[in-house]
Design a protein around this ligand. Structure first.
Ligand SMILES: [Mg+2]
Length: 367
């Protein structure tokens, strides 16, 4: 298979309300949708979301640098013959220039893999692994601050999310504790509670907060410390009895493998668009399992095309059956979250081949 045309369009999508993190508020998402077409006129799609301030330190994309990468790819691609079996997809990894941002790499690879899967008339997940399930469990991301607890209760209860993720550390500690307490006591079932502090605390503050929080049965806390320190994290875990998760402090693939080799029972939050290759999260997930760690595939707040790709990826990395952080489409003001709705705690993979029917030309045409 040859890719004879590569196009990209910019998108800008506003959130229903700004997301408050300890790195500051985020009010909109921008990035690229990439369209790759093969010699049969079949198209595949990928998304390269722009880097978010404070997240993904190795992601230094700019519109100009991305444009330069796209131009280079456009020139090089027609000469490359892709074998459409994923095990032989090495050409894909080699072709992207070294200076491409991880998100651009991920978006480009997704688009080409999408064409290959569509060519075989199978879902992307199945193209990667024939044993992939057709649905992925997801967590609920609690709005911060919560304006309407009635709505939150209705959303969680109706969809039966297996886990709820709460952003903490951006405001008063007492408010964070009150939020966790409220959530733990208002539902008619007990979802796992995940905290994400986005590097808000020093060690003593983290210890004090988590000591109080441990009463509410916390599954894990992401990035509790201002500065990544493996030994301190292990100490914090020991002292609080709460599992520790790593997200934005580790985006370099080599660092992740180094961490896995320590077998420290950590939870790795894997954001495919920050890791930079579509197949890397699956490989890390498989390695995490044999190294006493867990891996949770989580979006970097992409739109439909990026989320659909990551759902397929999560399904193909099924070995650990983790609840993923992929229910983020409903944070956007417009779009079509009905394409990937949560029922009984899972999102069913979009039907059809590649990343899914209705998630391709229809979205591209309306950008
Ligand atoms: Mg996080």
């Amino acid at each position: 298979m040859k890719i004879v045309s590569l196009q990209a369009k910019r998108y800008r999508r506003a959130f229903r309300k700004p997301l408050i993190t300890s790195h500051g508020p985020i009010s909109e998402r921008t990035g690229w949708i990439i369209r790759a077409e093969n010699e049969d006129g079949m198209a595949g799609f990928g998304e390269a979301a722009d880097s978010l301030p404070g997240f993904g330190k190795n992601d230094t994309n700019s519109v100009e640098s991305d444009q330069a990468v796209l131009k280079q790819l456009e020139v090089a691609l027609p000469d490359v013959e892709f074998d459409t079996l994923w095990m032989r997809f090495k050409e894909l990894i080699k072709i992207c220039p070294d200076h491409a941002s991880p998100a651009m790499r991920f978006g480009f690879e997704t688009a080409v893999c999408d064409v290959a899967a569509r060519k075989h008339e199978i879902p992307l997940s199945e193209w990667i692994s024939p044993f992939s399930p057709s649905a992925v469990p997801v967590n609920y991301l609690l709005p911060s601050p919560v304006d309407d607890w009635g709505l939150v209760k209705a959303e969680i209860s109706t969809c039966r999310y297996p886990a709820v993720k709460i952003k903490v550390g951006a405001g008063e500690i007492a408010d964070d504790v009150a939020t966790v307490k409220k959530l733990r006591t208002m539902l008619d079932y007990s979802p796992a509670i995940r905290l994400d502090a986005n590097q808000a605390w020093d060690y003593d503050t983290a210890l004090a907060v988590l000591d109080v929080m441990s009463e509410y049965d916390i599954e894990y806390v992401e990035e509790p410390l201002k500065v990544f320190d493996y030994d301190l994290l292990m100490r914090l875990k020991e002292e609080t009895g709460i599992e520790m998760a790593i997200d934005e402090s580790l985006t370099l693939i080599d660092d992740i493998y180094e961490l896995l080799s320590r077998k420290g029972s950590l939870v790795l939050i894997l954001k495919p668009s920050l890791l930079g290759h579509i197949l890397t999260p699956r490989h890390i997930t498989l390695n995490a399992g044999v190294n006493d760690c867990r891996a949770v595939i989580t979006s970097n707040l992409e739109t439909e095309i990026g989320i659909a790709a990551q759902l397929h990826l999560a399904a193909s990395s099924w070995d650990q059956k983790e609840t993923c952080g992929l229910d983020t489409l409903r944070l956007f003001r417009r779009g079509n979250p009905a394409l990937m709705q949560v029922t009984d705690g899972v999102i069913k993979l979009p039907s059809g081949s590649g990343i899914g029917d209705g998630i391709g030309e229809e979205i591209w045409d309306n950008l």
